[in-house]
Design a protein around this ligand. Sequence first.
Ligand SMILES: Nc1ncnc2c1ncn2[C@@H]1O[C@H](COP(=O)(O)OP(=O)(O)OP(=O)(O)O)[C@@H](O)[C@H]1O
Ligand SMILES: [Mg+2]
Length: 284
Amino acid sequence: MAITFENVYYQYKNEDKNYSLNDITFDLEGHFFAGVIGETGSGKSTLIQHINALLRPSKGLVKIDDFTVQVQNKKKLKKIKELRKKVGVVFQFPEYQLFEDTVLKDVAFGPKNFNVSKEDAIKKAKKALKMVGIDESYYEKSPFELSGGERRKVAIAGIIAIEPEILVLDEPCAGLDPKSSSEMMELFLNLYNQGLSLIMVSHNMDIVLKYCTKCLVLNRGKLLYNLKPTEFFYNEMYLNTAKINEPNLLYYVKMALKKNYKLDVNNIKDISSFILELKRCKNA
Ligand SMILES: Nc1ncnc2c1ncn2[C@@H]1O[C@H](COP(=O)(O)OP(=O)(O)OP(=O)(O)O)[C@@H](O)[C@H]1O
Ligand SMILES: [Mg+2]
C-alpha cells in the first residue's frame, strides 16, 4: 500500500490567490496509521478528500497504489469505483449521512453498492456492526432512534463493511465522551492490527501520540512535517512552528525529566509506556 502526494495544490472555487493546499509532497508506504494534524483551517479535511478523489488537485498529482488522481477534466479518472472500494472515507460527523430505515440496511448499503449479493452484504454488515460494538437488538431500529455516538458507530460500520484497504477518518472521536473515544480508538487499532492502513485527522494530540505510526503536520495549507509522533511531539521547536499544543501526557513527562529521570522519550506514547520507562530508569 502506498499513497503519494506530488506537489499537490488545491484551490477552492471562491479562493483568489490563496491555496488551501500549497505544494504538498509526501509518501506513506507499507502498513501505517497516520495522523493528520494542524490548526483549524490548515487544510486537513481538504487533504484527505484527495485520497479517494472526492477532490482532485488543482495542480500536482496523488497516487494511491496504481491509481492516479489529477487535475479535474484533464484526464478522466479511470476506475473510480475501484478506488472507492479500496479507500473508505469516514467524514466528520458521519452520523448525519445515515438514510436507510433500519441500522442493518444502512450498513449493508455500502457493500451492495459494490456489487456484493444482498445475502453477502447482510453478512458483511453484521460482521462490521459486531466490530463496532452494536449488537443484534439494534438491527431493525431506525438510525434516528440511536444516540449520537451509536449513530457514529453505525456510520463507521457502513464503511468497514465495504472492506477497504485504507480507512480515512476525519475526527472520528469529535464530540464523544472519553470512554467512547477510547473504544473507538481501540477499534481502529484492531483494524490496524488486522492489516488495514489508516489515516486519521485528529485534534487530540494524546490520541495521535498513542496510536499513530506517523504524523503529517499541516500549517496554512503547507505540510511542515512528516515524522514519527514521538519525533514531532518531543520537539518544542516543531510544536511552536506548527502552533500545536503538546499532548497532556507531556506535562507529566517533563515533570519527571525535571526530577532527573533519564527517560528515553522515544519509548513514551501513553501512560502505560510512561510508567514502564519510569520503572526502567529507577532500576537502572
Ligand atoms: N467548501 C469550501 N469552499 C471554500 N473554501 C473552503 C471549503 N472548505 C474549506 N475551505 C477553506 O479551505 C481551508 C482549509 O479547510 P479545511 O476544511 O481543509 O481545514 P481543516 O484543517 O480540516 O480545519 P478544521 O480543523 O476546522 O476541520 C480553510 O481556509 C477553509 O476556509
Ligand atoms: Mg476539517
